[in-house]
Design a protein. Structure first.
Length: 318
């Protein structure tokens, strides 16, 4: 069953009527196809109007939509012969981060992604996409393995942020994130990162320090969540919508600021309305990015990656 966001109320009412009329048409001899078509056209027009002028806060809601495709959906769709690799060889396995090796259009790659889970049981298993230090250390292990065997890395980012619990802090959360960023910068192979939903804080940057950073059209990427920003600045989490606008966290803002490299178009109404179309678009974007990076020498690749991140913000400061 489709879940509607608060600002989609008018579309929800129209689609509810369409569903009811379809049921009537299927259970009787009454021909209401013309009326159905009119309602369908009206709903699509309304949806197109809504999504043409989404506010930053509405984008946040879309990025967090529970029915958007998650990391495992992308892996299952276009990574063949995927073999998951578990554990950080230091403490434990972290199910928030999925990692392994597989084939993308015949090419061997290492895949690392943050998984949020699709229902209550899987969300609990994956800790709602909030990784602990062992998750980031597992990611580091896989990145080093990729460099050792000269295999490109593809990461999928979808997290509200790293796990903020005491247990994570005791095991060195900040160090693990910083080390992941360093490992990305030191990697001798191409790294492509795709922000598929919410890219929250250092928990996202740990896997998004890449040669190519791609963002889905309605995803977000920010140093802090709007709610947390609002609580700090105004001592009131209810100002999250205002904070979202100030944070410049939308894909369009980040492309303009040259903090990401490409925005991938989503189906009308967001990836949650047509997961297969969104997945196909991401697959094509990854293929194009890999093609651009595959012939760059290792030293040049590393140097270009470092310069990319050192250059961020320079133009805004001058």
């Amino acid at each position: 069953m489709r879940q509607f966001l608060d600002f989609e109320k008018t579309v929800a009412e129209l689609e509810t009527k369409i569903f009811e009329l379809q049921h009537v048409e299927n259970s009787s001899d009454v021909n209401i196809s013309e009326e159905l078509q009119q309602l369908t056209d009206k709903a699509e027009k309304q949806l197109r109007t809504l999504y043409a002028k989404l506010t930053p806060w509405q984008k946040v809601q879309v990025a967090r939509h529970a029915q958007r495709p998650h990391t495992l959906d992308y892996i299952n769709a276009f990574i063949e012969d995927f073999v998951p690799l578990a554990g950080d060889r230091l403490f434990a396995e972290d199910h928030a981060i999925i990692g392994g090796i597989g084939r993308f259009r015949g090419q061997t790659i290492v895949v690392i992604g943050i998984e949020r889970g699709a229902d209550l049981d899987t969300r609990l298993k994956h800790n709602f996409g909030m990784a602990r230090p062992e998750g980031y250390r597992k990611a580091q292990r896989l990145m080093r393995m990729a460099s050792q065997f000269d295999v490109p890395i593809v990461t999928f980012v979808d997290t509200p942020g790293a796990w903020p619990g005491i247990d994570a802090e005791e095991r060195g959360q900040a160090e693990a994130i910083a080390k992941s960023i360093e490992t990305c910068l030191r990697a001798t192979v191409p790294i492509i990162s795709v922000i598929i939903g919410e890219g929250g804080s250092g928990g996202a940057i740990a896997l998004a320090t890449a040669d190519k950073i791609l963002m889905l059209e309605h995803s977000i990427y920010s140093v802090i969540s709007p709610e947390a920003c609002s609580s700090i600045l105004w001592r009131d989490a209810s100002q999250a919508a205002q904070a979202a606008g100030a944070l410049c966290l939308t894909a369009q803002d980040l492309l303009r600021l040259k903090l990401v490299d490409q925005v991938i178009d989503e189906p009308l109404g967001g990836a949650q309305r047509d997961a297969s179309a969104a997945i196909t678009s991401v697959e094509q974007a990854i293929a194009e990015a890999l093609s651009e990076l595959e012939n760059i020498p290792q030293q040049a690749l590393q140097a270009k990656r470092r310069e990319k991140f050192l250059a961020m913000g320079r133009e805004e400061l001058t």
